[in-house]
Design a protein around this ligand. Structure first.
Ligand code: 1CP
Length: 330
């Protein structure tokens, strides 16, 4: 689905298709003491990856893991405070960035999960691996948690030396992590830059475009035929630039992007993905059907992968996902 051809109906998967909106996920999640332990248990992570495929028959499975496994493998302490989201030991200067060393053996259970999922999936179902983009992962590492404004991360990125060293370490680790997933059996990978929209255009060029361009180039050299989807969330008018400059094969669009504009403005050799507002899915009913139809119309004849503009939200009724699948394939 990443070779530039238009497929009707479009292939379909959803960001966060595994997760708390599914009762069967909540059931197995309660068996693990903490969230990283859950990600690093190949039995549980394989099961969580397969659950939404069994229930809905999506065209792609996405590995169940998290973007913050990479800081963990770099030696930064990461934990998930129950109900509060991620916490990290902050990295705030060049010395701390220089001390980071990627140890892929810490992520061996993730690659084992990829192998098991690939073996369990039908050949026609694509398996997607993923990683966070350097800017987004750096933002969590500098803040020590999620944030609305990313003040500490941007203060360092814009104002002091050493931030590029952190980005460089993350570029190296991300190439390695994605290559190992592809070598274990992932068919393609997605790079999540969830906080790309927090940067100004100069910052976007230096900390989103440049590192992603290096990752895509190096990955395609190391793994011939590697396919990459980029997701610079809330990039707005900079989406076409990202498509031209990074070398990605596909690009995911958030829900704020007018699709008619994107279809005209983004190079046709880059497949598009996404855009349905996760709240349309949560709300369901006629508004969900109408939104699905509008996306199908706007992307007709274009290489397109049906998806949301961001992840499935935990209060989403599972029946609404069934409604979406039926409507997309109607
Ligand atoms: O207890 C739980 O169940 C924790 C909730 C949860 C889940 C289900 C977290 C914690 N991570 C995940 C899985 C996850 N994370 C996947 C699995 C595959 C799938 O999509 O089904 C993926 C791809 C991610 C990627 C991820 N983690 C991103 C990028 C995508 C996005 O949502 O923007 C980010 C930013 C994270 C960090 C993270 N991990 C977990 C949470 C709650 C967060 C976000 C914290 C914040 O808002 O800052």
């Amino acid at each position: 689905m990443l070779h530039g051809e238009a497929i009707e109906p479009p292939p379909l998967w959803l960001m966060r298709q595994a997760g708390r909106y599914l009762p069967e996920y909540r059931e197995i999640r309660s068996k693990a003491p903490d969230f990283l332990g859950f990600c690093f248990d190949p039995d549980l992570a394989t099961e969580a990856t397969l659950q939404p495929i069994r229930r809905y028959g999506f065209d792609a499975a996405i590995l169940f893991s998290d973007i913050l496994t990479v800081p963990h493998a770099l030696g930064a302490r990461v934990w998930f405070a129950e109900g509060e989201g991620p916490r990290l030991e902050p990295v705030r200067d060049a010395r701390a960035a220089d001390a980071l060393q990627f140890d892929a053996t810490k992520l061996a259970p993730v690659y084992e999960t990829v192998r098991r999922v690939r073996a369990a999936l039908p050949a026609s179902t694509t398996l997607l691996g993923f990683a966070g983009a350097p800017w987004t992962v750096a933002a969590y590492m500098v803040e020590g948690s999620g944030s609305r404004d990313w003040i500490e991360a941007k203060r360092w990125a814009y104002g002091r030396d050493g931030f590029d060293l952190l980005i460089d370490r993350l570029v190296d680790a991300t190439v390695e992590h994605l290559a190992l997933q592809l070598e274990a059996g992932a068919d393609a990978v997605q790079i999540f830059d969830s906080w790309a929209g927090a940067l100004d255009p100069a910052g976007f060029e230096r900390f989103v475009i440049e590192p992603t361009r290096r990752i895509v180039g190096r990955l395609k050299q190391r793994v011939p035929g590697a396919r990459v989807i980029g997701f610079p969330r809330q990039a707005g008018a900079l989406y076409p630039r990202y498509a031209d400059a990074t070398g990605v094969d596909g690009m995911s669009l958030d829900s704020g992007v007018p699709l008619d504009w994107a279809v005209g403005a983004i190079d046709r050799k880059v497949a598009l993905q996404g855009n349905l507002d996760p709240l349309r899915l949560l709300a369901g009913g006629a508004s969900l059907d109408a939104s699905v139809d509008a996306i199908r119309r706007a992307t007709h004849g274009r290489s397109f992968i049906f998806n949301l503009g961001h992840g499935v939200l935990p209060p989403t009724p599972p029946e609404h996902v069934a409604q979406l699948v039926e409507r997309v394939r109607a």
